[in-house]
Design a protein around this ligand. Structure first.
Ligand SMILES: [Ca+2]
Ligand SMILES: [Ca+2]
Length: 263
């Protein structure tokens, strides 16, 4: 044991009591030295035991404080980042609105020439004169167009509804660009493409290639329309090609910047 751990103390013993007073006279107390090792050792150990909980508590408090500080800093950083993003998003939205406003001001749109009707990206002209199917196709060609090709439900729906107003009487139907004049039963559009069998709108009992009218042989061209409306959209009828009918021309719409009727 090192010297620093040794504690010395004076111990006094009463010799008179131990001798039972036999000497009859009092004597001076004797001094004895003894080393008390356990006492100091116990004292240091005791101090260590008492200090540990306080030190641990202080360490935990510091750790908790440090953690809270880090979380606070992270929270502030997140708030700053989100605020920045919000400002940037507002700026982008403002710019997009300005661009849209500029586009509208410049009149970007699909448009048709005067006398044509726009639907989707096509322009349609409903004739007021009566012509055979071949004449009608040629007249459309003079206008840089062709007899209409119906290749979508939307297009059939638009045309069927417009013809309710355009037709003057029940047989006042309009030629479309469908014919089987080259080969009976093989229906082709004016551009030579075949009819999509899953997208047809024949009226009841049509096509019947009827040959009873004025001794004409068969019916190889198609007209459409029901003045009272065909609610199932089925209003195609084959007809002798030299009959006189109105017709519908179709051409692609133009993308323009001025005088737009539709947007
Ligand atoms: Ca036919
Ligand atoms: Ca027919």
């Amino acid at each position: 044991m090192p010297e620093a751990d040794v504690v010395y103390s004076d111990l006094n013993f009463d010799n008179s009591q131990r001798n039972g007073g036999r000497d009859g006279a009092s004597s001076a107390p004797e001094s004895h030295y003894a080393s008390v090792k356990v006492a100091k050792t116990q004292s240091k150990s005791q101090r260590g035991t008492d200090a540990k909980p306080a030190r641990s508590k202080l360490t935990l408090e510091r750790a908790a404080l440090a953690t809270l500080s880090v979380l606070l800093v992270l929270g502030l950083v997140a708030i700053c980042y989100l605020s920045y993003q919000n400002v940037q998003t507002r700026k982008k939205l403002k710019n997009l609105k300005a661009e849209l406003k500029a586009l509208k001001a410049n009149g970007i749109c699909w448009k048709c020439d005067f006398g044509w009707e726009l639907d989707g990206e096509s322009c349609y002209k409903f004739s007021t004169r009566y012509s055979t199917w071949e004449e009608s196709k040629s007249l459309c060609g003079y206008l840089n167009s062709d007899l209409v090709k119906i290749d979508s439900l939307d297009k059939q729906t638009f045309l069927e509804r417009r013809l309710r107003d355009k037709m003057a009487f029940p047989e006042d139907k309009f030629w479309i660009g469908l014919t089987d004049s080259k080969s009976e039963g093989q229906w082709l559009w004016g551009d030579g493409s075949p009819l999509n069998a899953s997208l047809t709108f024949w009226g009841r009992g049509e096509p019947d290639n009827w040959s009873g009218e004025d001794g004409k042989v068969g019916e190889d061209c198609v007209r459409m329309g029901e003045k009272d409306g065909a609610h199932d959209l089925r209003c195609w009828f084959d007809k002798a090609c030299d009959a006189k009918q109105k017709y519908i021309c179709e051409t692609a719409a133009q993308r323009g910047r001025q005088s737009c009727t539709y947007f």
